[in-house]
Design a protein around this ligand. Structure first.
Ligand code: KIV
Ligand code: ZN
Length: 388
């Protein structure tokens, strides 16, 4: 396989792992709308669903395969023939189909989920890949709960599934358990110890139970993974999945990592709002990259520095992620530079003394009211001019 060694493939699972969140279920037309936005965003792979799970999910994979042509369309299965047959049927219209099959890899899952042994699980993993490979060339294998798996057994499993035909090997931290250096070391171990690892792409799929999904994904990429799996706004089971927008903007901001994606980052804000409203999942205001406060400056010290040079407090330009613009929020913690900025915007050019008196007045209002908007300022200026 010939791949640009520095390209990171972006695998979006908003419509599969993201949609598993209670209350976030979507209709097929809603999924198609999001899939088209994901296509415009430039994701490389869309995980469209888990076809065996319900007739509705099956139909969504069928319709998405027809509606979207650029990205690879992927369907999830467990490691059994029934699931794989269903995924093959659902992907019949996909121009570039991928089957994502897999099984547990930690002793916890092997014993307490499958009531099985490492040897038997290994056979099931290889059989599933071989079976799926008869129908679809592009096979991704997931080693569920790899974050807690014994690394030697994980390496054995990864080597066996690549030999059976897997083109991508997904190393999920299913429970969001790992620390970044542990997860990074796990990926490095596979890179260094799996004989045929160069025949496949290593994928990172992290959950956010300890708030480390993004950090772990980056650690995986720094140690040789070249596909990142995640969702828009980081939605997903429990505490969610890796936020695609965070990983992509980290790679863009830290160009010394030497990694790049195909993502049109200017589309992030719009797709974030669309996913939030379709899935009825509000975006927390302080969410990195797409939260409503992500580019809002409110304390006087920050506002002053920002107005002198935006880069004092801005490492990403809002327009690079499609954000309307940075905002200077007026609160009782704002300084006179921020007030002057807003008053000038509204057409009030004040002398130094006039500004001092306006600022004094502003603080008394701001102490009573959390945020001061344009109407408050206009009213304040009207009051001040009537006093004079
Ligand atoms: O978190 C996980 O392990 C998964 C797999 C099904 C890929 O979502
Ligand atoms: Zn997952």
């Amino acid at each position: 396989m010939l791949h640009d060694p520095n390209k990171v493939y972006v695998f979006d699972t908003t419509l599969r792992d993201g949609e598993q969140v209670p209350g976030c279920q979507l209709t097929t037309p809603e999924k198609i709308e999001i899939a088209k936005e994901l296509e415009a965003l430039g994701v490389d792979i869309i995980e469209a669903g888990f076809p065996i799970s319900s007739p509705g999910d099956f139909q969504s994979v069928v319709e998405l395969s027809k509606a979207v042509s650029q990205p690879i369309i992927c369907a999830l299965t467990r490691a059994n023939k029934g699931d794989i047959d269903s995924a093959v049927a659902a992907l019949q219209y996909a121009k570039r189909p991928r089957i994502h099959t897999g099984i547990g890899s930690s002793d916890m899952h092997i014993k307490h989920k499958f009531n099985s042994t490492r040897e038997e699980i290994l056979l099931r993993a290889v059989d599933a890949v071989k079976y799926a490979k008869q129908f679809v060339e592009d096979i991704e294998f997931y080693a569920e709960d790899a974050g807690r798996a014994d690394v030697n057994f994980l390496a054995q499993m990864v080597e066996a599934v690549i030999a059976a035909g897997a083109t991508v090997v997904n190393i999920p931290d299913t429970n969001g358990y790992c620390l970044p250096d542990q997860y990074g070391q796990k990926i490095k171990f596979l890179k260094d110890n799996v004989q045929n690892i160069d025949q496949a792409i290593i994928s990172v799929h992290c959950h956010n139970d300890l708030g480390l999904a993004t950090a772990n994904s980056i650690a995986g990429l720094q140690n040789g993974a070249r596909q990142i799996e995640g969702t828009i706004n980081g939605i997903g089971e429990r505490a969610g999945n890796t936020s695609i927008e965070e990983v992509v903007m980290i790679l863009k901001t830290h160009q010394n990592l030497g990694l790049h994606t195909n993502i049109n980052t200017k589309n992030f804000y719009e797709i974030s709002r669309m996913v939030s409203s379709q899935m009825r999942m509000p975006v927390q205001p302080n969410k990195a990259i797409v939260g409503s406060n992500a580019f809002a400056h409110s304390s006087g010290i920050h506002q002053d520095g920002f107005l002198k040079n935006r880069e004092n407090y801005e490492i990403i330009r809002p327009e690079d992620v499609g954000f309307p613009d940075a905002t200077i929020v007026l609160t009782a913690r704002s300084g006179r530079h921020a007030l002057k900025f807003h008053l000038e915007r509204l057409g009030h050019n004040l002398s130094k003394d006039e500004l001092a008196s306006a600022y004094h007045h502003f603080l008394t209002i701001a102490d009573r009211k959390l945020n001061i908007n344009d109407e408050d300022l206009t009213l304040m200026m009207r009051e001040l001019s009537s006093v004079e």
